[in-house]
Design a protein around this ligand. Sequence first.
Ligand SMILES: *Cc1c(COP(=O)(O)O)cnc(C)c1O
Length: 236
Amino acid sequence: MDLTAQVRAIQERIAAAATASGRNPEEITLCAATKVQTDGTVRAAIAAGVPVCGENRVQELVSHLEADAYAGAKAVHFIGHLQTNKVRQVVGRVDLIQSVDSQRLLQAVAAQADKLGIVQDILLEVNIAREASKGGCLPEELHGLLDFARGFKGIRPRGLMAIPPVSATPGANRRYFAEMYKLFVDIKDEMTDNQSVMDCLSMGMSADYEDAIAEGATLVRVGTALFGPRPPMGTR
Ligand SMILES: *Cc1c(COP(=O)(O)O)cnc(C)c1O
């Protein structure tokens, strides 16, 4: 696949989706979901104009960092499920951890941030479709989790992230994106003390990023549409 052409095509579709819903295209950031990609492909994506790389396995993050594969990217995010015993390898090494979903994980991230003397930006992940197989807090747990997060000086909540079901039919996830936007607006209203800048709503993947933008996403995570299909699980 010609990455430069792909990046341009996706940026154009992002801009068109933004304009169609009366939004400024600059409000939306493309995050490349780089799982299973090589150092060379990560470098090529950045050279082609991808501003943000999102990594979902700690092992791959560490290996790309060691190879300096993210050089030139505006930011590197962690977007996958994070185990507490692996926070040391992630905190302070990425600009944003998108997938924080429990008090335990918040405590572990905060402890490591304190140790490093840094403030770690995070998103709270919401299991918006209430899928048993997925991470994320339930929508009704979000306010409590945000309060808990705000108790740590080493943590700065920046917004919300969601991974709705793989959409079988076009448009099927719009209601989840709309629900996420409502939660995002609610918690922004709560942060009146301005301790944090709640400016990130991460939702939408290859199949549905335009719908996510129509409903208010500020960051979309795109893998397949950029890099082509990944090998099926278990064959990597
Ligand atoms: C892989 C992945 C994506 C991208 O999925 P595609 O359907 O390939 O675009 C987005 N978000 C997360 C958390 C992922 O793991």
